[in-house]
Design a protein around this ligand. Structure first.
Ligand SMILES: [Zn+2]
Length: 178
């Protein structure tokens, strides 16, 4: 049997003829373990204090702005940083024609590489993280210039550019901003 989280609650998979009581016992014993694994995403802002590049920054009036206006501010921070570091990593990694960078309010992935159209979309979520954590995502997306799949070859290229990649990856998974 297995237990995972679904959109509206826990989802348990069990063989068709498993006794109901056994399923119940299994679920009850498995829930605490699962709960420990799924920590809620930390607040990216508290009032006018916003996590930007791994630090709490005071932007007066931020809390009273609409979500769109807040995102616009965050986007400006992130985009200017990405425009600065993307070319640096391109040069390091021997990529000759540069990629355009875009930022989108996306919570499911941190970056999407568009090889044909030559642009990379980064998630606005990244703005909350420390700059070196963001750069690990930049390195990841640029490694896709050479290898599309997350293969051994892909990680060889990526780890050469970002040796501490797994350390940053953990921070992203656990939403550790600082
Ligand atoms: Zn990837």
């Amino acid at each position: 049997m297995s237990l995972r989280t679904g959109k509206t609650g826990f989802v348990c998979n069990a063989p068709t003829f498993q006794k109901e009581k056994e399923i119940e016992d299994f679920v009850i014993s498995a829930i605490p373990k699962l709960e420990r694994r799924i920590k809620p995403i930390p607040q990216s802002s508290e009032g006018d204090n916003v996590w930007i590049f791994g630090e709490k920054v005071l932007i007066s009036g931020y809390a009273s702005l609409t979500k769109e206006k807040q995102n616009l501010i965050l986007k400006r921070y992130l985009l200017s940083f990405l425009k600065e570091v993307n070319p640096i990593h391109e040069r390091n990694m021997g990529i000759e024609t540069s990629y355009e960078v875009k930022v989108r309010d996306c919570k499911t992935v941190y970056g999407v590489h568009h090889t044909q159209k030559r642009y990379i979309t980064y998630s606005l979520e990244l703005v909350h993280y420390k700059k070196d954590t963001i750069e690990s995502v930049v390195s990841h997306e640029l490694a896709h210039h050479y290898v599309h799949a997350h293969s051994k070859k892909f990680y060889t290229i990526l780890l050469k550019e970002c040796p501490n990649y797994w350390y940053y990856r953990k921070k992203l998974i656990h939403h550790i901003y600082d």
